[in-house]
Design a protein around this ligand. Structure first.
Ligand code: GLU
Length: 423
């Protein structure tokens, strides 16, 4: 492991996971391997203090981050996460996965990510707005429409993007719609952006199922995480003939062997805030989620979920990574040994950033597309990218993750070489 003083990864921690993925791709980079060390360190990492006055008059401080892993192929791009477990190490890994993801689908971006270490459920709306605005001001020295463009991630949404856009705009004295994506439609947001990540998970999953001869009709699907990614993906699988047999979220795990009624479940979650207590299913223990018999298992929550222990228990043919970094290196090794195909995050969940790119392009040209145009272009990009990765995987007889990294790292390092070292 390279010796960076500001991070101490372990084998299965987020940055450790990313480093082991880079180790795996190195033999497939040919002469470009000379540049691979570039990928093992972030270009730039900013740590900011965010003080705000709480509603009760006390002053609270939060830790905020923005990491630009690579700006080689274009501006930084990647979401902002609000979570009590956010660390510099996690944001570094997430920013690096954005570099790989953006290159894997050939978007003209580098990779970046941001985060604030806080539990948004503990804050009022006013407090959340203050944190967001102060954070945006603090990272304002490195973000911008042609520098680095944040977007939603875990626990952030269109409202947060609106505050970020407004704060940045006030600071520069001009309305800069292109500084963030995932904005509400009236502020230059794009149709289809909210559903894009989940839609992409479905589209890429369907391609993988075709290649592996897993019929969609009646396919058994389980989803961990029922937020913006998991819920949309589950709904699309069900609408296309699959059976969603289990769902887990932060409130609990539910199971129904004949398939959950998606509309009823979505209504229930909208009403009570989580899947627990849903009448159309039996509650099972959280750990039993990993034993449910499925064709497609979709981790769509946080990193590090599919450990070696859980990987040994899975009864599935395909792991379709809706989350970023849900499988540890040890988990990956067990899945490979057991012949379970992993469709990696960097292609499976790339639909979100792809429509973010469409949003950014629309903002720059001040010309907006129909939802149909968005979805047709999104599907085309993802299907094309998946095909290239599948073929690379067959050519070298390597897992899809290593194939995706081969395609992506080749693009990044080719650009690196052509730009040359400065000075
Ligand atoms: N947070 C999303 C991701 O992990 C989207 C990032 C973006 O749209 O820039 O890919």
């Amino acid at each position: 492991m390279p010796n960076l003083s500001f991070v101490t990864p372990t084998r299965n921690s987020p940055w450790g996971t990313y480093l082991s993925q880079i180790d795996a791709v190195e033999p497939y980079l040919g002469k470009l391997a000379r540049w691979v060390e570039t990928l093992r360190r972030p270009k730039r990492a900013l740590i900011v203090d965010i003080p705000i006055e709480l509603d009760n008059g006390t002053i609270a401080h939060y830790e905020g981050f923005r990491v630009q892993h690579s700006l080689t192929r274009g501006p930084g791009k990647g979401g902002v996460r609000y979570h009590p477990d956010v660390t510099l190490e996690e944001v570094m890994a997430l920013s690096a996965w954005m570099t790989i993801k953006n290159a894997a689908v050939n978007l003209p971006y580098g990779g970046a990510k941001g985060g604030i270490r806080l539990d948004p459920k503990q804050l009022s709306l006013k407090e959340l707005e203050k944190v967001t605005r102060r954070y945006t001001s603090e990272i304002g020295i490195i973000i911008g429409p042609t520098q680095d463009i944040p977007a939603p991630d875990v626990n952030t949404n269109g409202q947060i993007m609106a505050w970020m856009m407004d704060t940045y705009s006030m600071n520069v004295g001009a309305t800069a719609t292109g500084v963030v994506t995932g904005k509400p439609i009236p502020l230059g947001g794009s149709l289809g952006r909210v559903a894009a990540t989940g839609r992409g998970v479905f589209v890429v999953g369907r391609e993988a199922m075709r290649r592996l001869n897993v019929p969609m009709e009646g396919a058994r699907v389980a989803v961990q995480g029922f937020g913006n990614v998991g819920s949309v993906a589950a709904k699309m699988f069900a609408a296309n003939g699959a059976k969603v047999v289990a769902v887990q979220d932060h409130t609990g795990t539910i199971h129904n062997d004949t398939g959950l009624d998606m509309q009823d479940l979505l209504d229930h979650v909208a009403r009570v805030g989580g899947v627990a207590g849903f009448k159309g299913a039996e509650a099972i223990a959280n750990e039993d989620f990993w034993d449910v018999k499925t064709d497609v298992l979709i981790p769509a929550a946080l990193e590090g979920q599919i450990t070696a222990e859980r990987a040994k228990r899975l009864h599935t043919r395909i792991v379709l990574e809706g989350a970023n970094g849900p499988t540890t290196p040890d988990g990956d090794a067990v899945l490979a040994e057991r012949g379970i195909i992993v469709v990696p995050d960097v292609i499976a969940n790339a639909g979100g950033v792809t429509v973010s790119y469409f949003e950014w392009v629309q903002d720059f040209s001040s010309f907006f597309w129909t939802e149909d145009e968005i979805n047709v272009r999104l599907d085309k990009i993802l299907i094309g990218a998946f095909k290239g990765i599948w073929e690379t995987s067959e050519q070298h007889r390597i897992p899809l993750r290593t194939a995706a990294f081969t395609v992506a790292c080749t693009r990044v390092l080719q650009a690196r070489e052509e730009r040359g070292l400065y000075p």
